[in-house]
Design a protein around this ligand. Structure first.
Ligand SMILES: [Fe+2]
Length: 269
């Protein structure tokens, strides 16, 4: 698997507190089947003042430690970029790193309140040539009253990333419900761990696979944890990447019409 959302870099945000924790997170990820991981610390002006040079340096240092301890995990650079007015400027000037230097980047909307002009802000960034990967929409408090916005953003070319733990109920019933709804509407592009530590927020993703495989089939499950993340690392044009089920040519009409198309295999919560 390829995990493109983690807070594994030590003492840089609210993720790993020490190098020892980072190393243990890496060991957990490797034993879970992850071979490539993006280091994506928060960039949140006023709170987490990370930038591209600092993240690159921290990645290099941690990769050296992993190599020293023979932990077979390849680290790439990214950031969990909070949606703020200066984000596009940060991306274009290189202060905010995209995922492995690609056109794709992690976009974190505020957790508790819908950002003003949310859709327009995202469209503006997309118009500049970036593909935002919107992080864990299923965990946002305000998704309940803004669900159609996520369908519209996906239809217009944004990618959506679910947290593996949400799918198996680690973030509670609402997050699980919205995970199933987004997966059911076929608009989820990838799964990541959003790991912060070695305990409750660990980098385990494999426990979501049985649910994904039984609901979406093995092939789509692999796309969620491997193929689309790899396409991001290869900076593939989104048009060349396997479409999510709800946006495949024959089924886009359901999103426009707001009609459910997906047989609800998921167990209701
Ligand atoms: Fe995150």
């Amino acid at each position: 698997m390829i995990d493109l959302h983690t807070h594994i870099l030590p003492a840089i945000d609210d993720g790993a507190k020490t190098l020892e924790v980072s190393l243990e997170m890496a060991r957990i990820a490797v034993s879970d089947g992850t071979s490539v991981m993006a280091c994506t610390p928060h960039i949140y002006p006023g709170l987490y003042m990370n930038d591209s040079p600092g993240i690159h340096a921290a990645r290099d240092k941690l990769q050296h430690a992993l190599d020293t301890f023979h932990i077979p995990l390849k680290l790439v650079v990214g950031a969990d970029a909070h949606l703020v007015p200066e984000l596009l400027d940060g991306l274009s000037k290189g202060r905010v790193p995209t995922l492995h230097g690609s056109r794709y980047f992690l976009l974190e909307p505020s957790h508790h309140v819908a950002p003003p002009q949310f859709e327009n802000s995202v469209f503006q960034i997309m118009a500049a040539g970036y593909v935002p990967v919107i992080t864990h929409p299923e965990r946002l408090v305000w998704i309940e009253h803004h669900y159609p916005a996520f369908l519209e953003l996906a239809r217009r070319g944004a990618w959506l990333q679910l947290t593996a733990g949400s799918i198996v109920g680690k973030f509670g019933k609402p997050a699980r419900y919205w995970s199933e709804k987004l997966l059911g509407d076929g608009v989820v592009h990838l799964i990541a761990s959003d790991a912060h530590n070695t305990s409750k927020r660990n980098p385990v993703m494999s426990d979501a696979l049985p649910t994904l495989e039984s609901a979406l089939g093995k092939e789509e499950a692999q796309r969620l944890v491997l193929d689309r993340p790899r396409a991001i690392l290869d900076n593939k044009d989104p048009g060349e990447v396997a479409a999510v089920p709800g946006l495949a040519d024959s089924s886009t009409s359901h999103l426009r019409a707001g009609q459910p198309w997906f047989k609800r295999w998921f167990r209701r919560v």
